[in-house]
Design a binder for this molecule. Structure first.
Ligand code: ATP
Length: 365
């Protein structure tokens, strides 16, 4: 009867997970705790260990050390079939010769559901993913998005304690992908099921996740809400991975309580407010996002390299006098749309912007 339980709101806790393949460490001491019912995105570049971490949680890959807790249960050594987790992969992985209904019922029967239970639950899941009426079709008779709905229905049918998604929308084109993002979110919210989703798409993570874990080289670089990750990156990796920024090396000087000046060796300088508990005079790196810069009557002299109207904004590239290229996004205007290459302008950090500064670690002599 366990199939008729509501989806449990179970939290996951990973402690010091290590996985190596030979000499290569794929996951390097990961700690991660989810709240029950939240959607956490595992975001990072190719090869950073996202899938390996998901496989450790599912039980397909053994970790060399560390523990996996689900609720209060230590499941580190539990085989995958006893973990009751729902998984969806990028490539659908539906059985091609089975109908939609049979695909969904397959896992239910494998978990010991009777035929009647399986039929009832399968119909219910088809309703949840808005595919009622498609039960008799074969996977090849469905679009990519529909196949992914069926894969999701199949994963959810066993009332999993955790939903694991590995690039679930990676094979879909942009429009369908966006539609499926909100659909997936609706279902996840409706069922209140704790979900981990692997993605390398920053926008997808930003628009869907309650919290994002940014991974690099097997370690979590930062865990936080989308706005914490974007607005207050804790290190240079997160700052450059989330959205684009231009990084300037120079000397940092405090001008006032929360006002700083960054001067590059050429003398080019910018004044700005700093994010968070900033920092000390001396060598530093300033990360400037396109939306933090503006053309103005005061500021560093620069030349326009290119101006491209893109929907609501114009993307500008300007070069300051030491050759540094800066990226700006300006609100569309007749002026910004018609800035020719070579036009002399002035550029500054927007007065209200708060920028990230990273101080190189002090090297002991
Ligand atoms: N079975 C394996 N044997 C050896 N090395 C592996 C194995 N699986 C993964 N790796 C390596 O471990 C590292 C992490 O791989 P993983 O698939 O977890 O990365 P990922 O972040 O999911 O990448 P992608 O976004 O490209 O799927 C990579 O360097 C990969 O080559």
């Amino acid at each position: 009867m366990r199939f008729f339980m509501s989806h449990s709101h179970t939290a996951l806790k990973l402690s010091q997970i290590m996985v190596s393949y030979g000499a290569m460490r794929a996951v390097n001491g990961v700690d991660l705790e989810t709240h029950s019912g939240e959607l956490v995105a595992l975001l990072g570049p190719s090869g950073c260990g996202k899938t390996t971490l998901l496989r450790v949680i599912a039980g397909f890959t053994r970790c060399d050390s560390g523990t996996v807790l689900l609720g209060n249960q230590d499941i580190t050594a539990l085989p995958p079939e006893l973990r009751r987790m729902g998984m969806v992969f990028q490539n659908y992985a539906l059985f091609p010769h089975l109908s939609v209904e049979a695909n969904i019922a397959y896992g239910l029967k494998a978990h010991g559901a009777s035929r009647d239970e399986a039929t009832r639950k399968t119909r219910e899941m088809l309703e949840v993913v808005r595919m009622a009426g498609f039960g008799a079709r074969l996977p090849r008779e469905l679009s990519g998005g529909q196949q992914q709905r069926v894969a999701l229905a199949r994963a959810l049918a066993i009332s999993p304690r955790l939903l694991l998604l590995d690039e679930p929308l990676g094979a879909l084109d942009k429009n369908l992908r966006e539609e499926m993002q909100s659909e997936l979110l609706r279902i996840q919210r409706e069922l209140g099921i704790t979900t981990l989703m692997v993605t390398h798409d920053q926008e997808e993570a930003m628009s869907m996740a309650d919290r994002i874990a940014v991974l690099n080289k097997g370690s979590i670089m930062q865990l936080g809400t989308p706005s914490e990750i974007y607005d207050a990156p804790q290190n240079e990796f997160v700052s450059s991975f989330m959205g684009s920024s231009t990084v300037l090396d120079g000397q940092l000087t405090r001008l006032a309580q929360d006002r700083w000046r960054m001067q590059m060796p050429s003398g080019v300088h910018f004044e700005f407010h700093c994010i968070g508990p900033c920092t000390r005079n001396g060598p530093a790196r300033l990360a400037l996002r396109p939306e933090q810069l503006e053309l103005s009557d005061v500021g560093e002299a620069a030349q326009v390299v290119s101006a491209r109207p893109m929907g609501q904004i114009t993307r500008l590239q300007v070069r300051v006098r030491d050759g540094t290229l800066l990226h700006l996004s300006a609100e569309r205007s007749a002026h910004s749309d018609h800035l020719a290459a070579g036009t002399a302008v002035q550029v500054r950090v927007r007065p209200q912007a708060h920028c990230s500064v990273f101080v190189p670690p002090v090297v002991a002599q």
